[in-house]
Each structure stands twice: as C-alpha cells, then as structure tokens.
Design a protein around this ligand. Structure first.
Ligand SMILES: Cc1cc2nc3c(=O)[nH]c(=O)nc-3n(C[C@H](O)[C@H](O)[C@H](O)COP(=O)(O)O)c2cc1C
Length: 292
C-alpha cells in the first residue's frame, strides 16, 4: 500500500480529472485497476460548457475547451453514490471563493479526498484565473483544511508560477500538489481562416506537454515538502518511471485513454518489470534522478 498525502493507494497510477465525463460507470471501470480515480471537476451550479468544436485531436496531443461542463454538485454527488469503491475516489472541485469550496466539500461526503482545480485554462473566473490570485488560493486551502479531515490536493498549472503557488498551498496546509493541467493553446483553420475551437483558445494535453510537466515535477520535488503528483502527456510505463525518477510519488493519466481503456494495466505491468529488473522499490525510485 502506498500513502500519498494521507490517502492509501493500491498503486501509483490515477485517472486524471475530466477525461471520462461525469458518469460513474466509466469511473467504476477504471477503478478496477487504478490507484485512485479523480472525477470531472464540479462546481455548485451546473455548467453547460462551450459549443462544439470543443475537443480537437492534434498530431502532438489534444486541444480542448470543454469549459468545465458539469452537472450541479448535488446531482453529481447522487451519481457518485454508485461508485464501486475499488479504489479511492478523489472529487475535483472548482469554485471562486472559500465559501463555495466549503459548501462543495459538505455536499461530497462520498469523496475520499478532494482535488482543487486552480488550473483549468478556459473558464472565466475559475480554474487558472483563481490560481493566479495567490491570496485567494491560500484562503481556499486554509478554509478547507479547517473544514475536512480528508486529504486536500491542489492541481496547478505550468502556465503559472507553480513553485510559488505550491509554496502558498503548502503554507495553507495542502496534502499534495498535482502538476499540470492542460496548457493554454490555440489552433487555426487555414481554410476558414479562424480559430477552430468555439472558445477560440483551449488547453493542450497529451504527448506535447510531457517534458513541461516533467520539469514542473522536478522543480517541485526540490522546492516543497508535500507529495508531488505528476500529470501531463503520460502514455506508457516508461513515462511513469521518468516522472517518478523526477520526484512524483504518483501520477495521473488522461488523454491516453482516448486510445483504449487498458492503459493502467499496461503501465503497471511495465512498471513492475522495471522495478524487478533494476532491483528497486517504488519508494526508491521517487526522486532518484536528483541524486546525480
Ligand atoms: C477533455 C478534457 C477534459 C478535462 N477536464 C478537466 C477537468 O474537469 N478538471 C481538471 O482538473 N482537469 C481536466 N482536464 C485536464 C486533465 O485532467 C489533465 O490534467 C491534462 O489533460 C494533462 O494530462 P494528459 O496529457 O495525460 O491528458 C481535462 C482534459 C481533457 C483532455
């Protein structure tokens, strides 16, 4: 059993937020193999999200501006009552004030832990825009840590000064940081001569962002004490080993699920063989690349 910020995980590979929509059936399927599953981000009121096209496949990954589309919190909490509990359930929350986040924590009794979305790059007044206000982030984390005994993780973005923000979260008592969310990006249709996404810009995920996410993990491992969870462009077990050698205690996988549901099983098989061949334990590889 692996302990990450007070949460017991069967293995270090989690499902990243937002990847499989807001239905519990998909989470239940992934929970059979995952270390933990993170839900789609949810706020107090439902959000429709942006019009199509809102997800675009690129050669190097995906660009999306779904716009935090989600059901109202109470409806989603009811949906999550059907979670099979084969692994911990982390509920991802968005909001714009400590009071909103506090109410969300009360609603999601079903959660084993919370992930705070300070990083979505395409929702006005939410996500990344909240993450830019370090005082507000401090207040939100501090308020929640005074409210719940459950682990609280903060999801950060490489588009921000993530080291400073992680330190702010740490000083407010956060149990771990997740880095990174999608990164601001744009695509233009050269025939129509206009941006492709209905929201104009969106968030880039997948292979293209892996080196950026890896560098974030590397820096945070050196700068903060709290556990670092790596996310961004992970597509196989070798990527997971890289993230762990850089300092991640666990990882989240997202876009790669578009190519099949058996991603986590394959990663775990490869990771196990790597550890056996190298005669190392999971604990021993975390941050090992820093000992040069
Ligand atoms: C379609 C889509 C929806 C997403 N929705 C959310 C979300 O609701 N909350 C969140 O924190 N991250 C969301 N993300 C970001 C992912 O959780 C992840 O941080 C990002 O995609 C990088 O990981 P990846 O390269 O493995 O996909 C979303 C990503 C995609 C592609």
């Amino acid at each position: 059993m692996l302990k990450v910020g007070g949460l017991n995980l069967g293995n270090p590979v989690m499902l990243a937020s937002g990847i499989l929509g807001s239905y519990v059936s998909s989470l239940n399927r992934i929970a059979e193999h995952a270390g933990a599953v993170v839900t789609k981000s949810v706020g107090l009121k439902g959000r429709e999200g942006y019009k199509n096209p809102c997800v675009l496949k690129l050669e190097c990954g995906f660009l999306n501006a779904v716009g935090l589309a989600s059901p109202p919190a109470r409806d989603f909490a009811r949906e999550l009552e059907g979670f099979n509990r084969l692994c911990p359930l982390i509920v991802s929350l968005f909001g714009s004030s400590p009071e909103e986040f506090k109410e969300l924590v009360e609603i999601f009794e079903v959660a084993d832990a919370f992930e705070l979305n300070f990083s979505c790059p395409h929702a006005k007044g939410l996500g990344l825009e909240v993450g830019m206000d370090f005082d507000l982030v401090y207040e939100i984390v501090k308020t929640l840590k005074g409210k719940t005994e459950k682990p609280v993780f903060a999801k950060l973005s490489a588009n921000l000064d993530y080291v400073e923000l992680a330190k702010v979260c740490e000083s407010a008592g956060v149990d771990g940081v997740v880095v990174t969310n999608t990164l601001r990006g744009l695509a233009i249709d050269i025939v129509a001569k206009k941006p492709i996404l209905s929201n104009v810009s969106g968030g880039l995920s997948g292979k293209a962002i892996k080196p950026i996410a890896l560098k974030c993990v590397w820096d945070l491992f050196e700068e903060v004490e709290v556990p670092v969870i790596g996310c961004g462009g992970i597509s196989n077990w070798k990527d997971v080993v890289e993230f762990m050698l850089a300092g991640a205690v666990a990882v989240q996988v997202g876009s790669i699920f578009y190519y099949g549901y058996d991603v986590i099983q394959k990663i775990l098989e490869g990771l196990k063989s790597y550890l056996r061949i190298n005669r190392l334990s999971l604990d021993e590889i975390v941050g090992l690349a820093h000992k040069r």
